[in-house]
Design a protein around this ligand. Structure first.
Ligand SMILES: NC(=O)c1ccc[n+]([C@@H]2O[C@H](COP(=O)([O-])OP(=O)(O)OC[C@H]3O[C@@H](n4cnc5c(N)ncnc54)[C@H](OP(=O)(O)O)[C@@H]3O)[C@@H](O)[C@H]2O)c1
Length: 369
């Protein structure tokens, strides 16, 4: 598998690479400045992604205080790749803390945000526009109407959601379908071997309602590369997580133990820990693409090669077990075992061809009784 093999994103005709390029670290301003990259550092990363056949690029107005979009606009223009790329950006975070309408998901801000993103990116349309984070305030109908208007106006081609509760995404998609508004085709969510919360609600939601999942921080910001060590009070090692980029992260004993398992799987396969971690997430049910970050072209090449790794079922099962997040009731009542015991007695679910029934994975029933 390489980046010139494409998946359809959700229930749509949009073809995207199995690894997207994250550009949160392109630029040296704002919130992500501590691990930001200059233009000269970002250019080879971007070009390496294009050379590998990649077509899916992720940014946001907020990244490095707008520098990510500005830099990306320049890199896209100088490579003449605008039309072949699936260019994604996002709105929600405030671009002017003094102005209450300069953030959030209201119509006034969305329209202002898209115009500013288009200017910085030097383009007249975005392929995919995402609500960055649920703001708890704006009615979902307002967001849907605005997405629909932007699509009709030719400013965006497709719409999606990032970092929202599953119920919100389900309501958005159902209302969009019922009122023939532009549907959501993408859920951008945190997903990796150390962050599997989305499996309870978001993954089956995406599979059922046609939203392809794009996994952000698939290497947990570098934790899963194995380059950090547990210092007892946090972590040590060279990389963004041992600097300001690691503030707010806490690593549990289970996560450190998982790293040991990941290392043994990588050794058994003769590949790097990062490649196993990326392959695992990119091949999970419901995942259309994993959004990788890189500090150098070499890191990116190593990540691209992760798609060529064959992860045998027994080793995947070991990783699944080491990284599992136990879920309580009612989730334990949706397991195939529970259902066939309590509900589907006499119904033979196995009679249908593989893939006929949605696959529900990662249930960890604590108590089958
Ligand atoms: N929607 C959202 O809320 C949201 C949130 C976060 C991110 N995102 C998107 O997801 C993208 C990726 O996020 P991320 O950067 O956190 O992803 P990630 O892939 O989990 O982490 C990338 C970082 O890991 C380190 N790394 C990567 N490959 C490595 C290797 N082979 N060896 C050693 N270290 C390696 C690098 O950091 P160092 O070299 O500096 O250590 C690199 O910047 C972002 O750019 C953004 O587009 C979205």
């Amino acid at each position: 598998m390489s980046l010139d093999q494409y998946y359809l994103l959700g229930r749509s005709g949009l073809r995207v690479s199995r690894l997207a390029l994250g550009t949160m670290n392109f630029g040296i301003g704002g919130f992500h400045a501590s691990y930001g990259k200059t233009e000269d550092e970002a250019r080879p990363i971007f070009r390496r992604y294009l050379d590998a056949g990649g077509n899916f690029v992720d940014t946001a107005d907020f990244y490095t205080a707008g520098e990510s979009e500005t830099l990306l606009g320049k890199l896209i223009a100088e490579t003449g790749t605008r039309d072949r790329l699936v260019l994604t950006s996002k709105f929600t975070n405030s671009v002017d803390p003094g102005d209450p309408n300069a953030g959030g998901n209201g119509r006034k801000h969305i329209v202002r945000a898209v115009e500013a993103s288009l200017r910085r990116l030097r383009t007249d349309y975005l392929d995919l526009y995402l609500l960055h984070t649920w703001d708890r305030i704006t009615p979902v109908e307002e967001v849907l109407r605005t997405f629909d208007d932007l699509t009709r106006a030719g400013k965006i081609r497709y719409a999606g959601l990032s970092d929202v509760p599953a119920w919100y995404a389900a309501r958005a998609q159902t209302l969009a379908e019922a009122h023939s508004l532009v549907p959501m085709i993408n859920l951008q969510l945190p997903y990796s071997l150390v962050e599997r919360t989305i499996e309870a609600e978001h993954v089956p939601l995406g599979q059922t309602l046609g939203l392809g999942i794009t996994a952000w921080s698939p290497l947990a910001g570098g934790f899963l590369t194995g380059k950090y060590r547990n210092s007892g009070k946090g972590l040590t090692g060279e990389g963004r997580l041992s600097g300001e980029g690691g503030v707010g992260y806490e690593w549990t004993d289970q996560q450190w133990e998982l790293l040991a398992k990941l290392e043994s799987v990588a050794d058994a396969l003769g590949v790097t820990m990062a490649q196993v971690a990326l392959n695992w997430v990119a091949t999970q049910p419901g995942v259309a693409s994993a959004i990788v970050g890189a500090s150098s072209a070499e890191q990116l090449s190593s990540s691209v090669a992760a798609l060529d790794v064959e992860l045998p079922a027994e080793l995947r099962a070991e990783l699944d077990a080491a990284s599992a997040v136990p879920l309580g009731k009612p989730y334990t009542m949706f397991t195939p075992q529970y259902q066939s015991w309590m509900i589907n007695t006499g119904v033979r679910l196995g009679d249908k061809p593989p893939g006929y029934h949605p696959v529900v994975r990662n249930w960890v029933p604590e108590n089958q009784g």
